[in-house]
Design a protein around this ligand. Sequence first.
Ligand code: MG
Length: 392
Amino acid sequence: MIHEPPDALLPIAPPWDRLRKEEREERDLQPYAVRSALSRGRRVPEEPDELRTAFERDRDRLIHSNAFRRLQYKTQVFVYHEGDAYRSRLTHTLEALQVARSIASALGLNETLVEAITLAHDLGHPPFGHRGEDALHRLMKDHGGFRHNLQSLRVVDWLERRSASSRGLNLSFEVRDALLKRPVEREGTEFDPASGPMLEAQVMDLADSTAYNHHDVDDGLRARILLVEDLEKLALWRRASAHVAQHEPAATGSMRVRRTVGALIRLCIRDLVQHSAQRLARLAPRSPDEARRLPEPAIANSPEMAAEILELQRFLFRTFYRHHRLNQMAARATRILSVLFESYLADPTAMPPTYEEWAHEIGVPRAVCDYVAGMTDRYAEQEYARFFLPGA
Ligand code: MG
């Protein structure tokens, strides 16, 4: 038996409980960063946590949500059975998260808030990627349409269940606010349409596109839909390639290509951090609210880099997203979602009881849309087979 001195039995406060973390934010973050202690709170008020800040709690709820786990079987660009090494919407979210944290921490913004926003940003994505989103939008055209970011807010506000007494994850106002990007989406809501996005939301937005530009090039090369000789026509690729040639002359052949893909994302992040830091130093917003009222977004790539990124995105649109192999997947996705949508619309009792009840509350089309949007690619395919091959 171990004998401990009596004072070892006294509870010891951990070095970083919530109050100390809030003090640390106050001390270390820039004046324009959102402070968790000043959050506008939750829809259903809750006692603060002893150990975690409000945004740490949001992050934890998001990671433990069903919608988050389902991202692993949702398409980013390739459907899951095309190959194991391609990005899923889950790995995309994690890559965007890495980029977002790098930018937020370098700029003295609230990294935990950025983390929570990024974890939530694609939760509303339906199966089969953007093609699935287009298909659902068409199916819902007489009932208010469908957009994945609005759906992300529905997921965290209504569709996830963590408590018997209320719906949703009951996240902080700031995380929810960041999901509605365009003024038109914010009209008639509790979120001010006149207010620009928080700096933390701007970071998430650019981290998202930085991550997918990079990983779509990588996946496109892997699928041999993109060719290095075509990429060499792009200024951004040549910039990255020159960087590797200069700093890593030993990398040749396929390693050279791989390092160039890596340099692509590194150079974009570095430019984004440096250019945003300059703008913030010049504009010097004294509070998060002032930062939202600046006439233009403070988080941005330099004009030269932004032009090169735009060239890359246009190239990807022409040669990759519209490639016939992806178009074939898209045609199948559209057929599957249409059949599912029409089938549940005709017979809402074919949905699980919770969605049947939900249909009574909010109307059949929107409840069907919520149900179908929540499906993974895999589950949508199984359900489709069930409708067409009874007994399968
Ligand atoms: Mg995304």
